[in-house]
Design a protein around this ligand. Structure first.
Ligand code: ZN
Length: 136
């Protein structure tokens, strides 16, 4: 497994509307999707910049992962997501190489993609996500 590209960069925001306005009005990129991912207690907004997306994450619950993250560290870059062919296989491969996982199996993320997170303790402090299509 070698990541194909940077699928997206996840950014924790306090207010989705204000942050969307920054990307649209200052940078001139258009938000093309807003989606709530109940499982992760977030509302997301997506922008495409070249091949890579920016995923803004607003917490819908202070006890959710983004709510806790912002309470502890404030808003900012939250995670980096690599596009991989098969998320489950990629998770298994890095686990065999000694990486600690947050998700031992893939789960549904935004945009109909399967996702799985690696633990930042094993990745130099960078919360890392694998992201890919569902196995057929
Ligand atoms: Zn993500």
């Amino acid at each position: 497994m070698i990541p194909k590209s940077i699928e997206h960069i996840g950014i924790a925001v306090e207010n989705l509307e204000t942050s969307i306005a920054y990307y649209e009005q200052i940078l001139g990129v258009k938000c093309y999707a807003i989606e709530e991912v109940a499982d992760q207690k977030v509302k997301t907004a997506f922008f495409k910049i070249g091949e890579t997306k920016i995923e803004l994450l607003e917490s819908t619950d202070p006890e959710g992962p983004i709510g806790k993250y912002i309470a502890k560290k404030g808003p900012g870059v939250h995670h980096i997501a690599f596009a991989v062919e098969d998320v489950d296989q990629a998770l298994q491969e890095v686990e065999e190489k000694g990486v600690k996982l947050i998700d031992s199996k893939s789960r549904p993320g935004a945009e109909g993609l399967q996702i799985g997170f690696l633990h930042p303790k094993s990745t130099g402090g960078v919360l890392t996500e694998f992201c890919g299509k569902n196995k057929l």
